[in-house]
Write a protein that binds this ligand. Structure first.
Ligand code: FAD
Length: 392
């Protein structure tokens, strides 16, 4: 097989890139290791920055999002028995965020791709990217029981944190920055109407909890748990009791309970790979960087990488100039590090320290009080949460 851009990975980054390329007449092939069923049901993100919504709209993938997405005007911070509203439009000059599940974005993009897009192969597992420094890099992959090759002008490594694209970068010119946090998130999906209109970020002495939602009838909730926790360590009643305790406030408020339909544990880590380009191989999304989910940045960063990459390929196609492709890594990494910093700060501010460090605990409260007392501090949080501008 031969194509202009070989895309490894059919997650949000790879699928959106395929749409952006298709719209400007650049041919591509998407290789996805898993089945369609699997990628359409993998529970992950749900909070979209305005720029992410705009990108999906611009490539004709936002019809359902516009009908079903929940526009949120802010978030609630809960700590020390009190609740505080952070008003995004007031603090940012009108920006909002939208709740729409990643699973639904993937379904929408897959449907468009299969209807009129370039090839999207499921159960096509990339094994290696060969000769990325050459004019014709090759992706070796397994599909329908045999090894095949995809010869490309360019390769986009959109294969997530556990993919193979990063392996093609030479160790001598690559650097990885990583940080593991001493706690994980137990996430549950529950068939119960959310008990709030906005996301609640709760800091308690027993740990952090997040109340999120996927739709008006489905809640998504998270609990800070020790590393090494197994989902089965937490029977449903224990989860609801602990959530209720961590969200407890002085005012009248109760947490609605319902059947839990999915349960998983996610370790918290930050990871940035530099650079994001080697020869004709370009990384985008989780393949290049991951952040702890506290700042809701992972999916949004994947989309912003792809928006830059899509424009760079469009410029090459239209004018023959590789200028944007040459600055791709630098352009993206600036925003990546800002999102990494924001996710780190949010995580450190809201999670209980496993060693019970009393000084650190008071620092967290001081940071939270500053945000709720100072418009400037709240505006800084709101600007980062709703998304920093695209570097173009
Ligand atoms: C519990 C949780 C909550 C989250 N909440 C949020 C949130 O609220 N907001 C937010 O912005 N982000 C959130 N994230 C992060 C977000 O889900 C990811 O950042 C996002 O999925 C990145 O998209 P991607 O396309 O880069 O990678 P992925 O979604 O990981 O997609 C990569 C794809 O490549 C495929 N693949 C891997 N290896 C190969 C191979 N060798 N050959 C072919 N295909 C391959 C995989 O099967 C996968 O489909 C959350 C993540 C988790 C785990």
């Amino acid at each position: 097989m031969r194509t202009t851009v070989g895309i490894i990975g059919g997650g949000p980054a790879g699928l959106l890139l395929a749409r952006l390329l298709h719209r400007v007449g650049i041919d591509c092939v998407v290789l996805e290791a898993r089945t369609r069923e699997y990628v359409e049901h993998r529970q992950r993100a749900g909070m979209l920055e305005q720029g992410t919504v705009d990108a999906l709209r611009a490539c004709g993938a936002a019809a359902r999002l516009e009908a079903e997405g929940l526009v949120h005007q802010g978030i609630e911070l809960r700590f020390a028995g009190e609740r505080h509203h952070i008003d995004f439009p007031v603090l940012t000059g009108g920006r909002t965020v939208t709740i729409y599940a990643q699973t639904e974005i993937v379904k929408d993009l897959v449907a468009l791709q299969l209807a009129d897009g370039p090839p999207l192969l499921f159960e096509a597992q990339a094994l290696a990217v060969e000769k990325p420094e050459s004019e014709q890099p090759v992706v070796r992959f397994l599909h329908e029981g045999r090894e095949q090759t995809l010869t490309c002008d360019w390769v986009a490594g959109c294969d997530g944190f556990h993919g193979i694209s990063r392996d093609a970068f030479p160790a001598a010119t690559s650097r990885t920055y990583a940080h593991d946090y001493p706690y994980s998130w137990l996430g549950v999906l529950a068939d119960v109407a959310p008990s709030c209109d906005e996301l609640i970020y709760a800091r308690g002495e027993n740990g952090f909890a997040l109340h999120s939602m996927r739709s008006p009838s489905v809640s998504r909730l998270y609990l800070q748990v020790p590393n090494g926790t197994e989902p089965d360590d937490w029977p449903d009643d224990r989860i609801w009791d602990e959530l209720a305790a961590r969200f407890a406030i002085d005012a009248d408020w109760t947490l609605g309970r319902g059947p839990i339909t999915a349960k998983s544990v996610t370790p918290m880590r930050s990871h940035v790979h530099e650079p994001m380009r080697h020869g004709r191989l370009l990384l985008a999304g989780d393949a290049a960087h991951i952040v702890p989910p506290t700042g809701a940045k992972g999916l949004n960063l994947a989309v912003s990488d792809v928006r830059v990459l899509g424009r760079a390929f469009a410029e090459l196609h239209r004018t023959g100039s590789e200028q944007l492709l040459d600055s791709y890594s630098e352009l993206c990494l600036d925003r990546v590090w800002q999102a990494t910093r924001f996710s780190y700060d949010m995580t450190r501010m809201l999670h209980a320290q496993p060693n019970g460090d009393a000084f650190e605990s008071r620092m967290q409260l001081a940071r939270l009080h500053r945000i709720t007392a100072s418009r400037h501090a709240a505006a800084e949080l709101a600007a980062n949460y709703t998304g920093l501008p695209l570097p173009l």
